[in-house]
Design a binder for this molecule. Structure first.
Ligand SMILES: Cc1ncc(COP(=O)(O)O)c(C=O)c1O
Length: 465
């Protein structure tokens, strides 16, 4: 064994102690760490002949890089849709690296990780009040979950046309309908060979991001006889609008289409008794995307794709890893290998499993409702502000707002706000106009943070106006 590596193994306990103490120092100071760092230039380094060993590498990392890391897992990072990491999720994540499993087969070589993954999916179905008729597995994020759900949908569409797309490729037109899909849906469609420009868009309701049911019905009539895949949104990224899933499910009784729901973060509405109505009917979907690294507050690299058990054959046709006798028979032995896009995966289920065990239904209700109440309180402030205004109603946990006057200064306003380093938000376009989004996802965010956010906004108003 290489001497540096051997020495590292001997020092493993010290190394992990050092990682723990720097990790704790980081997390304890998260509140005060900057949410943006202006100068992130790093010096190019050369690959070493003889490595430094881990202790020295940690030192170098802390000195040169750690100071450039922004507090995106902290309480006032409100850009994109970014959660943090709960203690249980960190515990699960550390152990994921330590155990280094590759969850594949239920009967595989003594490894229990695939079974724990299945158990985690079962617990998540309970958390979301979804029936046991869904299969599921972990992928790297909602983009890959959308990809996976739409890939099985593509196989279904092919079968409706008498084709096995996984075997024969795509030769015939398949219609995909999408109202206001997340950009990752377009990406997934491109990767799947649909051609993202072939998407037929359904009109949205006036002043909303949700689809117009009557337009959906007229398109379903127009394309009758063709396999139609409907991607619908349970929580759009700008205004957290929900398509009327119950009405869509009513149409599903009349027309034949695949229903994929992108519930990347909106799925967590199921954890709140007062908000779960937004998802009414979602148990009738063919496939559902839910991100765990957003509102569940587990570290990155974690989302689930749920697909109806009745589509199991379509799914294994789509993802079969055939011609590898050493990996088992896809026809007879269940393996995640034949069920999801990746062959080898890290044990992504473990942080989610620890979080579910540690916090249960009440813990997640409290995380979700805390974010909603933070968003509402921030929205109430904006309602009373002279300089700022809401650009959409606060529906769940994202607040979309902008300047009342001088809309042309929105980009400058956001840039000054972010450069102050105490709060971070991102821009978006709503009806073609630039506005600002504040997404409340992190379990650490408190009322005191909202007060700081407001102070910061007011300071920027004074600076600019
Ligand atoms: C509704 C929705 N779908 C999909 C995604 C893509 O998620 P990921 O970045 O985890 O792939 C996002 C990310 O914000 C989202 O909000």
């Amino acid at each position: 064994m290489n001497l540096v590596l051997k020495n590292d193994l001997n020092l493993l306990s010290d190394i992990l102690d050092e990682v723990k103490s720097s990790g704790i120092a980081y997390l304890n100071g998260l509140d005060l760490l900057p949410t943006s760092v202006s100068d992130q230039d790093i010096e190019e380094i050369q690959l070493l002949g003889t490595g430094h060993g881990t202790m020295k590498s940690l030192e170098i990392f802390k000195e040169n890089y750690q100071k450039l890391i922004v507090a995106s897992s902290g309480p006032r990072y409100l850009g994109f849709v970014i959660g943090g990491t709960t203690p249980a999720a960190i515990a699960g994540d550390w152990l994921t690296s330590i155990f280094d499993q590759n969850p594949q087969s239920l009967k595989g070589a003594g490894d229990i990780s695939a079974q724990i993954e299945m158990e985690t999916i079962r617990l998540l179905l309970e958390l979301f009040n979804l029936p046991a008729q869904f299969n599921g597995g972990f992928v790297s994020g909602a983009t890959m979950a959308n990809f996976t759900g739409l890939a099985v949908a593509r196989q279904w569409a092919g079968v409706s046309l008498g084709m096995d797309i996984a075997l024969e490729g795509m030769t015939s037109e398949i219609v995909v309908l999408g109202p206001t899909p997340h950009s990752s849906v377009f990406k997934a469609l491109s990767m799947l060979g649909f051609g993202s420009s072939n998407v037929v868009k359904i009109n949205s309701l006036s002043g909303r991001e949700a689809l117009d049911i009557s337009d959906l019905e007229s398109k379903l009539i127009q394309y009758s006889g063709k396999p139609v895949i409907l991607n619908c949104s349970a929580g759009t990224v700008n205004t957290v609008d929900f398509d009327d899933i119950r009405a869509i499910v009513e149409l599903k009784k009349k027309y034949n289409f695949w229903l994929h729901i992108d519930a990347a973060f909106g799925g967590f509405a199921a954890c709140s008794p007062s908000q779960k109505y937004l998802l009414n009917g979602w148990e009738h979907a063919d496939s559902i995307t839910i991100d765990c690294h957003k509102w569940m507050n587990v570290p990155y690299d974690s989302a689930i794709i749920l697909t109806k058990k009745e589509h199991h054959t379509l799914q294994t046709q789509t993802f079969q890893n055939s011609n590898a006798p050493y990996l088992g028979d896809p026809e007879t032995d269940f393996s995640y290998l034949n069920f999801l896009p990746e062959n080898s995966r890290r044990f992504r289920a473990l942080p989610a499993w620890f979080s579910l065990m540690a916090y249960g239904r009440e813990g997640f209700q409290s995380i979700v409702e805390n974010s909603i109440s933070n968003a509402q309180n921030f929205g109430s402030y904006l309602d009373k502000s002279d300089a700022l205004e809401l650009k959409a109603p606060v529906r769940l946990n994202v607040v979309c707002f902008g300047l009342k006057r001088s809309g042309e200064k929105t980009a400058e306003f956001l840039s000054v706000l972010n450069s102050r380093g105490k709060v971070f938000m991102t821009a978006t376009l709503l009806d073609g106009k630039l506005c600002i989004r504040a997404a409340f996802v992190n379990y650490r965010t408190t009322q005191a943070d909202i007060a700081i956010v407001i102070e910061e906004l007011e300071a920027v108003c004074i600076q600019l106006f």
